[in-house]
Write a protein that binds this ligand. Structure first.
Ligand SMILES: *Cc1c(COP(=O)(O)O)cnc(C)c1O
Length: 653
């Protein structure tokens, strides 16, 4: 008896692309190749493709440790071009009479190579940076290569930060502190006179529209940042009185990350444009309108028209900004400002892929073909065997009949449990009963495969969920996909291989941590989310890799060392048509070792080794182990300090 879902003879790579919704979340970048491997075309407008499964296999062969994060650096560049080109198209089409200059908020991914790649790709577009803390400012300041490149400084500031920003201005750099609250003027003005600079600055305004979705709290009236309209009016009076109003160069708002509804954005842009127009008419020389971040990423792989996820495209976003500002300015007869945006997520999410290996699968125990009837002596267990015989005979059965059969099986199973507790049923009989019960469920479920899940009785749906396999994966949810755990963000997940073969199992993923939250049981689906993912049956001795996609924004940086699993190995891959398989690895950054992660929580090798040595010596003294063995044991212990925190599947060699 096979427990597989119904198996079709032919399964095409198009079906795989549809099932895993590759075209929707992967934009033009990801696809399934003819070998049934997930692949990437990282360079915009270039057909060169890289087989991601092949990359994983090559890296494995080179003994590079999994899980690993692959960065497709070309894809990062492509996203920078896409964003800038979309703004250029909108500006041209709208006949907008100024330019767009974007900045990259480095908090989204501060890795030096990521920032450098973005700056390099952004050079033709004068793309700049945004920072929000002291450390980010220190990192960003020396990276402004030409004097026009913008550095926008958000976040609460102290003396050191404000001084550094003004030093940047003193050096002729285009550094713009954004005043987040009124009192920051008191910080800026004395420092400016001390340094002898006429300060340039911007103001973050609290717009009345809130964002939407999981990050909405960072914008709108309730935001912890920004200056209210009434404060703004007072501030202008004060700036004018102090003779520094000419330094007011930029108006800024930020609705929060991952704006879901384009209407919210339009409304906020309209509001800021109106403020801009009013202030210009009052004689202030504001040059920039900065619409913040929040450009969404289609993690949910929704259609633009679907109620899940973001409801606009990149081009619609840029059009909304450009046309809205233009309309307001034209109506108010003021000049068009330079447009700035601070998109982070939308630039970096796509370029990195986390690759995890499935270590094992756990499935429900079902009965073997060979179960002999004479082994069943308990009458209730015999009833269960009859139910199984009924669902496995060849006749068609209606949904109500299947529902009834399932209810009967559940009832019998419970009866067996009760009998066992009271001592009227042996452990062996109970074990058989469990297997029979799951076999009934599996067969009922198989007969429901072709039915629309939305029309099924809820008991059968619940049963189906219990039937899913658990695939144990070598990674930590808390380290690598924080937002899944903390805010319930789904990420596209799919196998990298066998995509020309129908997946026959339904599974949830469990990670290595001992935390019951260390699992993934929500996956992208046309209906928003589903509780199990279609995967292939594991083949002994054959690696099975899963890709977790769109993890390039925030996830690396938010990583939490739950259970002391550290940063994963990172590999930077570039496309190159001259190379075998179209790519080369430019850099491998080793993941955290046991020793490094322990140091974070104040355990150090010397001390730990001394303690371990004492334990061993004590046992040698007691005669439990030989001294020579003691030395070997200590050696084994010490070796672990240098190892990767994840499972070493190369072990045993
Ligand atoms: C976080 C943040 C951004 C980036 O938002 P994304 O959603 O990643 O585009 C931009 N501006 C400010 C002020 C931020 O705090």
């Amino acid at each position: 008896m096979t427990k597989e879902l119904t198996k079709e003879d032919v399964w095409t790579i198009e079906e795989a692309e549809n099932l895993y919704r590759v075209k929707l979340w992967g934009e033009s970048y990801f696809y399934v190749n003819e070998q049934g491997h997930l692949s990437v075309r990282p360079i915009l407008g270039d057909p060169i493709g890289i087989d991601v499964f092949r990359v994983a296999q090559d890296l494995k062969q080179q003994k590079i440790q999994f899980p690993l994060l692959i960065r497709f650096q070309d894809l990062l560049r492509s996203r920078v071009s896409e964003l800038n080109n979309a703004f250029r198209r909108a500006i041209e089409e709208a006949e907008y009479r100024n330019v767009y200059v974007g900045v990259y908020p480095i908090k989204v991914n501060q890795l030096h190579e990521v920032v450098q790649e973005i700056l390099e790709a952004g050079r033709p577009f004068s793309f700049g940076l945004e920072c929000g803390s002291k450390a980010e400012l220190v990192a960003a300041l020396p990276h402004l290569e030409d004097d026009r490149t913008l550095l926008i400084c958000n976040g609460y500031k102290d003396w050191t930060m404000m001084r550094l920003m003004l030093i940047g201005q003193l050096l002729g750099k285009n550094v713009i502190p954004i005043l987040e609250k009124y009192s920051e003027i008191q910080l800026m003005l004395p420092l400016a006179s001390e340094l002898g600079v006429r300060p340039k600055f911007g103001v973050r305004v609290r717009v009345s529209v809130a964002g939407s979705g999981k990050w909405a709290a960072s914008g709108g009236d309730a935001s912890k940042f920004g200056i209210t309209i009434s404060e703004l009016v007072n501030m202008i009076d004060e700036l004018t009185a102090r003779g520094v109003a000419d330094g007011f160069k930029l108006l800024h708002f930020h609705l929060g990350s991952q704006i879901l509804d384009i209407q919210n954005l339009k409304q906020a842009v309209k509001e800021i444009a109106r403020i801009y127009a009013t202030l210009r008419k009052r004689g202030l020389d504001i040059e920039y309108v900065d619409v913040g971040g929040g450009l969404g990423v289609n993690y949910e792989a929704g259609e633009v028209t679907s109620p899940h996820g973001i409801n606009y495209t990149l081009q619609e976003y840029t059009n909304a900004v450009v046309y809205t500002v233009k309309e307001v300015c034209d109506a108010e007869k003021v000049s068009h400002p330079i447009l700035v945006s601070e998109s982070g997520r939308a630039l970096t999410a796509h370029h990195s892929v986390l690759i995890v290996e499935v270590m094992a699968s756990h499935r429900r125990d079902a009965v073997q073909d060979s179960l002999a009837p004479e082994k069943i002596d308990n009458p209730v267990v015999q009833e269960l065997a009859k139910l199984l015989a009924f669902v496995t005979d060849k006749r068609r059965k209606s949904v109500p009949i299947l529902l009834e059969t399932f209810h009967d099986a559940a009832e019998k199973r419970q009866e067996v449990s009760l009998l066992f507790e009271l001592g009227y049923c042996t452990l062996d009989q109970k074990a058989i009963a469990e297997k029979l019960y799951w076999s009934v469920c599996i067969n009922v479920n198989r007969m429901l495969q072709r039915r629309n899940p939305e029309l099924l009785p809820k008991d059968l749906m619940a049963m189906r969920e219990q039937l899913t396999d658990q695939y144990l994966c070598d990674f930590s949810v808390f380290q690598s996909i924080q937002d899944y755990w903390s805010v319930g963000q789904v990420f596209p997940i799919m196998p990298l291989q066998r995509l020309n073969e129908q997946p026959t199992r339904l599974a949830t993923l469990v990670d290595l941590t001992c935390d019951s939250d260390g699992k993934v049981d929500k996956f992208i689906a046309p209906t928003g989310a589903k509780n199990a993912l279609e995967l292939h049956r594991l083949v002994e001795g054959e690696p099975y890799y899963l890709g977790i996609f769109l993890v390039g924004a925030y996830q690396d940086i938010l990583g939490d060392i739950h259970n002391l699993f550290g940063r994963v190995t990172e590999v930077h891959v570039y496309a190159d048509a001259e190379e075998r398989d179209n790519y080369f690895v430019e850099k491998v950054i080793k993941g955290t070792t046991v020793q490094e992660i322990l140091a974070v929580v104040q355990y150090f090798p010397n001390d730990l080794q001394r303690r371990m040595e004492q334990v061993i010596q004590q046992k040698v003294k007691e005669g439990l182990i030989r001294p020579k063995v003691g030395v070997q044991l200590l050696d084994q212990y010490s070796k672990a300090f240098h190892e990767y925190t994840y499972l070493d599947s190369n072990d045993g060699a």
